[in-house]
Design a protein around this ligand. Sequence first.
Ligand code: SAH
Length: 246
Amino acid sequence: MSAGWIAVAGLGPGDEALVTPEVTAALAEATDVVGYIPYVARVAPREGLTLHPSDNRVELDRAGFALDLAAKGRRVVIVSSGDPGVFAMASALFEALEARPDRQQTDIRILPGITAMLAAAARAGAPLGHDFCAINLSDNLKPFAEVERRLRHAARGGFAMAFYNPRSKARPHQFARVLEILRAECEGARLILFARAVSTPDETIRCVTLAEATPEMADMRTVVIVGNEATRRVGRWVYTPRSVPV
Ligand code: SAH
């Protein structure tokens, strides 16, 4: 077997201080870095390291490319933002592996990172302090009707929720629909956090009630956190109690 390997690494939400030492060590040993253009741009170039930035929506090609490089003995880091297992490249790599039985002996490691919702929650206080779920609002890989169905169930189930990919130019109306569904399922005083570009110089954190929320408050650099029924403010913080009254 070749000495090549693949590490699928999460670069965290943006701040260098939130990249784990394990990821930094993998990048230091790598010969190749593969990933979506803005994530590869976060890796410092150095001698002996080839950067392979690629466009959005080519995840499977990128994963297949990484498998081929590793088979040639290269040490490959596939980079994602946040955590690689949260709406990111780790699943894409395993999908590619399913289609490539000849590559299933590849040495693969998944290196976790700090995902956007956890970085955002920490900035605000502890809005995910009780049961919660994460929903990708993009209809790129699932029909929007499924997004709506999961949203309703999560709201009825009493979960706090984190929304990834809340709004893009390609589908500006869908987040308005999400707010409409939430208003039908939850009380108007429900707290919502719009956390944009967390841990970068552009960071903004805004907390409003569901009644005050507007679609323009979110964009593709925003993770949205909807509290549960008990989520409340204390001083400048927002938190969700650890218990539910019986
Ligand atoms: N794997 C990533 C998520 C990729 S999906 C992770 O674990 O964080 C891309 C979405 O993540 C964006 O649309 C946005 O909703 C969210 N996101 C990523 N980085 C963010 C940041 N620094 N601040 C706020 N949201 C972020």
